[in-house]
Design a protein around this ligand. Sequence first.
Ligand code: GLU
Length: 292
Amino acid sequence: MLPIAETNEMKRPHLRGRFAPSPSGRFHIGNIFASLIAALVADEMVLRIEDLDPDRSKQEHIDAIMRDLEWFGFEWTSAVVYQSAEDQQERYRHACEVLETQGLVYPCFCTRADLHSARAPHVGEEFIYQNTCKGISAEVRDERMSCERYALRLDVAAAPSPLCFADTFQGESCFDLVREAGDFIIKRSDGVFAYQLAVVVDDAASGIDSVVRGVDLLTSTPKQIYLQRLLGLPTPVYGHVPIFVDESGRKLSKRNKDASLSYLIDDLGLSAEAMLGGISRIALALSPSGKR
Ligand code: GLU
């Protein structure tokens, strides 16, 4: 008979997770917290640099993110994936075509404010599109398409309502896409594929089974699950961890200096062990057994 530990190990699926940073600045301690949980949940990790937006992505940030992840001892098992790479772009184009063939994509000529929803959205900032361009006649639409810039939106009217999933940390989570998100952008008017579409295509292409990220992205998950269903792609297990906030309760950003790694490592000289230890204590306090 096999020892119990070995039997359990055999039953547990092998999980492939990912680090998916946007290279818009150096990491802060909250990014390391999410990375640590992601790496603990999965058996192997893929590093994907989310450099879709050429205006916000900088090589120096990519270098710093990789250096910091390595400095903390994180490892990834396969070649780094760059969203800007041509083979990735080809995958996004193909996915977009598949959705268009299903009659679920329409051009949106609205500008600026609408473009915000193409970025990774965060709780409390959700933009709900009012279907302004949905009812435009085919004739007017074709004419405008020939002379105006336009984004592409996904029609979510037929999405299951509610769309529910079991989140590892947040529990059963249900959303009504029509009411809580609206038709969302899959390609921006500047030609950049939107975060929601790219992430779904990338996670499937890399065989990702486990997505662990900040709870500020919880509302993106129903959109991504709906896209997976339309594209015939598998749905990973999702887990959204709490995010670190500043004294005023606002989520940490790469601008918060005293939580930045440049302050903690370069100025204070903290060790990786000390920081991971501190983060682990926070994680333990959050876990059900840690609340005893
Ligand atoms: N690139 C996103 C970020 O840095 C994370 C996207 C994701 O995990 O799906 O906030």
